[in-house]
Write a protein that binds this ligand. Sequence first.
Ligand code: URP
Ligand code: ZN
Ligand code: ZN
Length: 471
Amino acid sequence: MRFDTVIRHATVVTASDSFTSDIGIKDGRIVALALGLTEADEVIDATGLLALPGGIDSHVHLDQPSGDGIVMADDFASGTRSAAIGGNSTVLAFCMQEKGQTLREALKVYHAKAENKCHVDVAFHLVITDPTPEVLGQELPALVEDGYTSLKVFMTYEGLRLRDDEILATLDTARRTGALVMVHCENEDAIRYLIGRHEEEGKFAPKFHASTRPIAAEREATHRALSLAEIVDVPIVIVHVSNREAMEEIRRARQRGQKIAGETCPQYLILTADDLDQEALEGAKFVCSPPPRDKASQDACWEGLEQGVFDLFSSDHCPFRFDDAEGKLNEKGKRHFRWIPNGIPGVGTRLPILFSEGVRKGRIDLNQFVALTATNHAKLYGLYPRKGTIAIGADADIALWNPEKRVTLSNDLLQHGADYTPYEGLEVEGWPVRLLVQGRTVMQDGALAGADQPQGHYLPRGKSALVRPAA
Ligand code: URP
Ligand code: ZN
Ligand code: ZN
């Protein structure tokens, strides 16, 4: 057989195996894994490189409305560009329902935002902010059948949070339809109480974002979400876990027999609340929710990754420009932490950070890295085995990594829309040097490659491996 592309002499790594092989690609798919493949239009020599499944970042915010006068720093073009630079071949972005809007209307808006703009493949999670009987009874079941098989609910943020009865009703629809629900766990009433107390005490600096969102507020909401899921008898994903206490809630729920997935993110391994406590409002760069905690919490998140409490390592990329009236330093945000938009950029740095701090430092092995950054995302969000692995028949989504390349992270490298990275100056070892998406080279040596026109595809999805009945 003549291939479109052959990758030669690669060390192929999947979630379970590592082996030396050539990879034969035809019509965007992997069609051969063997030594001695030569007949191809294009031959890529991968001697000394690792061939990993392209990263799947299943927690990415792009082009979302973010409050009066605030503009998210990345649209689907710049966000997926940075994703490709960082070795990702698929991102799962959020489609945010506005209050009063139908889910179909929201999807129309987000498909239009993404159309002809994406450099990597994309799919959407639905964010449910208005769970009316029509939305839960009619729209959502039809959309799950159409391939929108996951959704997110918030327990915090004014205007987004759902009450417990609304969460129960949403979980019940998920149970009936086979959708997977992601839950943002922080107790909004407790946070509002603490914001009030801080205001009385004249505490307005960015660092007080962290002290108004304490671990107890995350732990309590995590416990409550897990309890609501137990009552309904439905699997859920606890997203962006920042500390041991919330993580232990996941362990305990699993011990009770619940099917739960857990996610953590780079910010909870690298940053702490001290990063918010800096001169000249610099701390605003690190405002995200839940906030980064302390060294003990970082150690706990590492333990969760090493021991399999966390299935997913995602970026929670939610970028705002720093020195910008439409970003972190908007007029109100300069004066009060509660008006600093929540979120940090990270889609381009997620993989190098875990590779360097996790694999190169011996905390996790390469197979765990692949599972945490690609395979588990594909399985949990209904993209497996088309995505998330290197196997015959899978899409040829392949990231070639130089495991020894040393890079000092800097904003210029990342090609996102934000004017900073929270990881400026961090030295990493291991870097994705080439990325193929459905067989096409999309990134090479830190630059977009190939066709000028973005060619990422929208991906309808099947049901999660977590909700499918065991065969
Ligand atoms: O601060 C954060 N994480 N912003 C993004 C929205 C969310 O809660 O995931
Ligand atoms: Zn969230
Ligand atoms: Zn998020």
